[in-house]
Design a protein around this ligand. Structure first.
Ligand SMILES: Nc1c(NC[C@H](O)[C@H](O)[C@H](O)CO)[nH]c(=O)[nH]c1=O
Ligand SMILES: CC(=O)[C@@H](O)COP(=O)(O)O
Length: 157
């Protein structure tokens, strides 16, 4: 997704859960690659785990400093149902943060059964969830820009 000419001033926050540091680094690298290629500045904020992502996203979104937020993390199922609660809250909370603020928050959290599955979804074969989440945020930022431009055009008629 290429950014428009006005995107030089765009800023995107990257909130990353560091529960699995090496996997988190891969996701951040992918998101930064996409944002940099679009000419969009980014700033990284670490949180302990995916459960903390919604609050970090809300803080970034309501700060007024960012046009979008990319939320990244990896949740790998263990022996109990803790996985379900972490995943559900991360997804629900990130969605709530973007709807509460109107600031696009990309869901770049890998939820899987094994480390191998996480590797495959962070650039080692299947897809890159970090890149995908960054592209989604850029697409929503662009949509918001188009809608605002249409609103302004109608207002001056
Ligand atoms: N098991 C995983 C977690 N668990 C930690 C929680 O996200 C949270 O930090 C803790 O409950 C304290 O509030 N987090 C992940 O990101 N990935 C996991 O696999
Ligand atoms: C996703 C998790 O919280 C998981 O790592 C916890 O492992 P367990 O269910 O074995 O306690």
């Amino acid at each position: 997704m290429s950014a428009s000419s006005s995107d030089a001033a765009l800023r995107v926050a990257i909130c990353v859960a560091r529960f699995y540091p090496e996997l988190a680094d891969r996701l951040v690298e992918g998101a930064q690659r996409v944002l940099s290629a679009a000419g969009v500045a980014s700033e990284v904020f670490d949180v302990p785990g995916a459960f903390e992502l919604p609050l970090a996203a809300l803080w970034c979104a309501e700060s007024g400093r960012f046009d979008g937020v990319v939320c990244l993390g990896v949740v790998i199922r263990g022996e109990t149902d803790h996985y379900d609660f972490v995943c559900q809250e991360a997804a629900r909370g990130i969605g709530a943060a973007q709807r509460a603020t109107g600031v696009p928050c990309g869901f770049g959290v890998i939820t899987c059964e094994t480390r191998e599955q996480a590797l495959a979804r962070s650039g080692a074969g299947k897809r890159h969830v970090g890149e995908d989440a960054a592209r989604a945020v850029l697409a929503m930022v662009e949509l918001r820009r188009q809608l605002r431009a249409q609103e302004q055009a109608r207002a001056v008629r």
